[in-house]
Design a protein around this ligand. Structure first.
Ligand code: GTQ
Length: 363
C-alpha cells in the first residue's frame, strides 16, 4: 500500500474533525482493530497466591462484618482491567469470607453466580428456600434471579452431627457480572428478611434431580440453570477417579470432566461452564488455546502453568488454594510433578451458543 502524501493526510484529518461533531468516525481507521485476525485480549495472565491473599481476607474480616458489607469479598481484578471488577472481559471472580455466627443477607440479581469452596467447612448458602452446607471443593450454584443468602451457624467442633466446625469459610465467587453489564441487563433486589425462609430440607434438590431422573412435572425449576445447585467434592473427586481407571490420559488436559446440568446435559449455568481436572504426578501437558478465557482454583497439589501472554511467556508456580486466570486465545501448558486437582470456570456456553467457540490443540 502506498502512503498518502502530506496534503492528502491533512485533508483526511480535516474530514475527520469536521464530521466528529455529528458523532461520525471513519471505519477505515479502525477496521483492523474491530475485526482482528485473531483474538487480542487486553487481559493478562495473573496469579493470586493464597498465602499472600489470606492475610488480607483476615484483615477484611476484622474491618467489616458480612452483614455491613452485604458480601465481604476481595475481587480478583485482572491487572490490565483495574477498576472494572473483571477478571476477564466477561467474567468476575472474588474470594468471599464468612465468619462463624455471620449472615450475608438475602438478595437476588440477574447475574448468575457460582461458589467454589476454598477453605473451611460449616457455612451454608441458601437458594430459593433450600440450604446447602459448604465443604472444600464443593461447587455450588446461585441461579439468575433466585433469592440467596449465606451464613455460618458457628457450631462448636464437638457438634455431634458431623463436620460443621467453628472456622472461617472462604470461597471463590464466579459471576457473569461484566457480561450482564455489557448487555445492560442487570437487575437486583434486597430481601425483606436477612435469612430467607426455608421451604425444603437440605438435600432436596439433589434427591430430586441428582439420580439421572427428574420429576415429570417441574423438571426445570431454575430455567436454563441446573436444578441441582450443589455438586459436592466427594462426588466430583470420585468421578475423576473412575475416569482415570477407564480412560486414557489426555496429553493436553490430563483427566478433565465438565460439570453438567442433568436436565439438559449442557453447562450448569447458561453463561458459565465449570470443570474439574486431575493432572497425575509427572504430567507435562501439551500446549492449547481456546477463545473462552478461564479462571482456575487449585484444589489439591502443586503445578506449573506456562502462559503465552501479550508481553511474552509467563510461568505460574501454583499450589492448593491459589487462583489464576488464562485469557482468551493465549497458549497454555500445564505441568505437575506431585499431581494436582484444578477447578476452573469460563464463559464457554456463550461462545457455544453463538457458534464462535474455538479451541486449538497446539503441539
Ligand atoms: O454472593 O451474592 O462476589 O451478589 C459479588 C456479588 C458475590 C453474592 C459476589 C454478589 C455476590
Amino acid at each position: 500500500m502506498t502512503t498518502p502524501g502530506p496534503d492528502l493526510q491533512a485533508r483526511r484529518q480535516q474530514l475527520y474533525r469536521d464530521m466528529s461533531p455529528l458523532n461520525l468516525t471513519p471505519l477505515w481507521e479502525v477496521l483492523h482493530a474491530l475485526v482482528p485476525p485473531q483474538p487480542a485480549s487486553p487481559c493478562v495472565p495473573a496469579l493470586w497466591r493464597y498465602e499472600q491473599v489470606k492475610p488480607f481476607l483476615q484483615r477484611a474480616g476484622a474491618a467489616i462484618t458480612a452483614e455491613e458489607a452485604v458480601r465481604r469479598v476481595l475481587i480478583l481484578e485482572n491487572p490490565a482491567l483495574r477498576g472494572q471488577s473483571a477478571v476477564t472481559q466477561s467474567l468476575y471472580a472474588g474470594l468471599q469470607l464468612i465468619l462463624p455466627g455471620e449472615v450475608a443477607p438475602s438478595h437476588r440479581h440477574t447475574q448468575s453466580a457460582l461458589r467454589f469452596i476454598v477453605e473451611g467447612s460449616g457455612a451454608y448458602t441458601a437458594v430459593d428456600g433450600e440450604r446447602t452446607t459448604m465443604h472444600p471443593g464443593d461447587f455450588i450454584i446461585t441461579p439468575s434471579w433466585t433469592w440467596h443468602d449465606h451464613g455460618h451457624p458457628g457450631r462448636a467442633p464437638s457438634d455431634p452431627h458431623g463436620n460443621e466446625v467453628d472456622e472461617p469459610v472462604v470461597w471463590l465467587d464466579g459471576l457473569d457480572i461484566p457480561m450482564i453489564r455489557f448487555f445492560d441487563a442487570g437487575f437486583a433486589e434486597n430481601g425483606s428478611v436477612k435469612s430467607q425462609a426455608l421451604t425444603r430440607p437440605e438435600g432436596t434438590s439433589f434427591a430430586r434431580y441428582g439420580h439421572n431422573m427428574a420429576p415429570v412435572r417441574g423438571d426445570a425449576p431454575f430455567g436454563a440453570t441446573s436444578p441441582v445447585f450443589s455438586y459436592p467434592y466427594a462426588r466430583s473427586r470420585e468421578a475423576l477417579h473412575q475416569l482415570e481407571r477407564s480412560a486414557p490420559l489426555d496429553p493436553w488436559d490430563g483427566f478433565k470432566l465438565r460439570y453438567v446440568n442433568p436436565a439438559t446435559g449442557g453447562s450448569p449455568m447458561p453463561t458459565m461452564a465449570t470443570f474439574m481436572q486431575h493432572l497425575p504426578a509427572g504430567f507435562a501437558g501439551k500446549a492449547w488455546r481456546q477463545t473462552d478465557g478461564a479462571v482456575y482454583s487449585v484444589v489439591e497439589g502443586r503445578g506449573i502453568a506456562y502462559i503465552e501472554g501479550p508481553a511474552g511467556p509467563v510461568r505460574f508456580d501454583f499450589e492448593a488454594r491459589d487462583h489464576f486466570v488464562v485469557p482468551s486465545w493465549q497458549a497454555v501448558r500445564l505441568q505437575s510433578d506431585t499431581g494436582c486437582v484444578l477447578f476452573s470456570f469460563s464463559d464457554r456456553p456463550v461462545h457455544l451458543a453463538l457458534g464462535i467457540h474455538k479451541e486449538e490443540r497446539i503441539s
